[in-house]
Design a protein around this ligand. Structure first.
Ligand code: AFP
Length: 297
């Protein structure tokens, strides 16, 4: 069995290797597939294609023992007992095409990856690495692990896929500039709406409807991203295993903070593969203000 570090490297090699192929396939896969995923959301042909390509590539990595995806009902056995002990395998959770509703409008979207050293569903504290691919004007990949956070540009030519590190120590700017809040304003609870009003007076709105694109704005310019608890859905919209945990891990390793409204997302108790959680990530001071705002009776 390969070492955890080499398995993590191999997982992100596999993710990067599929990125150009997924990007090239998007123009022809903007249509509904006619199916729904475990979260009851309609699935585009692009979601299924990305899930198939990434699933095959990740499951084939030596050292990966289990795989889950937003588009699949339950974990796929990839061979090997998952755990943190010597010789144990790792578990990988992905959102294969986060923000796929942006496909029709030709806006940013991406892939989110969490690598855990515990069986899924797992705590965010069991993450050993996390990352995301962002399909924007260029294709980039952000990878966080115990050494820190780096940003890479992913390109493909006749000789294959190239990963170029463009920022070896990605950290949240100290001065926040942008914010992005999901959901509809009337569906925001009063305490979050009051917080949002204060942020709107201070920062610039940057909300694109794909978490990876909006979080990338926060990592680049400083600020806060939230998909809050809603009056109609107290757990919000985003999924813990393959959206919230990986993004929280990345933002916290980049010097920011995360919260589910009461404390770090990484401490949210895992109960089910597709469970949802409210998501607040960004500069520490803004997350502290958020938790104070939600704590008021
Ligand atoms: P899709 O993958 O269905 O486009 O949803 C994207 C997402 O899960 C996340 O990336 C966004 O932050 C959030 O949903 C956007 O949700 P709204 O469409 O309700 O703003």
């Amino acid at each position: 069995m390969s070492s955890p570090d080499s398995t993590v490297d191999a997982v992100f090699d596999a993710v990067a290797a599929t990125a150009p192929e997924i990007r090239a396939a998007l123009p022809g896969r903007r249509v509904e597939s006619g199916t729904e995923n475990e979260s009851g959301e309609s699935v585009l042909a692009g979601d299924l294609y990305a899930d198939e390509l990434l699933g095959d590539a990740i499951i084939a990595v030596d050292g990966v023992g289990s795989f889950v995806s937003e588009e699949r009902e339950s974990a796929v056995d990839a061979g090997g007992a998952v755990g943190s002990g010597a010789g144990d395998a790792l578990a990988v959770a992905i959102d294969p095409l986060d923000g796929s509703s942006n496909l029709r409008s030709n806006n940013a979207m991406g892939t989110v990856v969490g690598v855990y050293d515990a069986p899924l569903p797992a705590s965010g504290r069991d993450l050993v690495a996390a990352g995301y691919v962002l399909y924007g004007p260029i294709t980039t990949m952000v990878v966080a692990d115990e050494t820190g956070v780096r940003e890479e540009v992913v390109t493909a030519d006749g000789d294959g896929v190239e990963r170029s590190v463009v920022e070896a120590d990605l950290s949240l700017p100290a001065t926040p500039t942008v914010y992005g809040f999901g959901g509809r304003v009337p569906d925001w609870p009063a305490d979050f709406r009051a917080y949002a009003r204060s942020i709107e007076d201070e920062l610039k709105l940057r909300y694109g409807g794909a978490m990876v694109g909006d979080v990338n704005q926060v990592l680049t310019y400083g600020g806060v991203f939230a998909y809050p608890a809603l009056r109609s859905a107290s757990e919000g919209k985003l999924r813990l295993q393959f959206e919230a945990n990986p993004i929280a891990y990345i933002v916290e390793r980049a010097g920011g903070a995360s919260s589910d409204g009461t404390g770090s997302i990484l401490d949210v108790e895992p109960e089910a593969v597709h469970q949802r959680t409210p998501v607040y990530v960004g500069n520490e001071a803004l997350i502290e203000r958020l938790e104070e705002a939600l704590d008021r009776e």
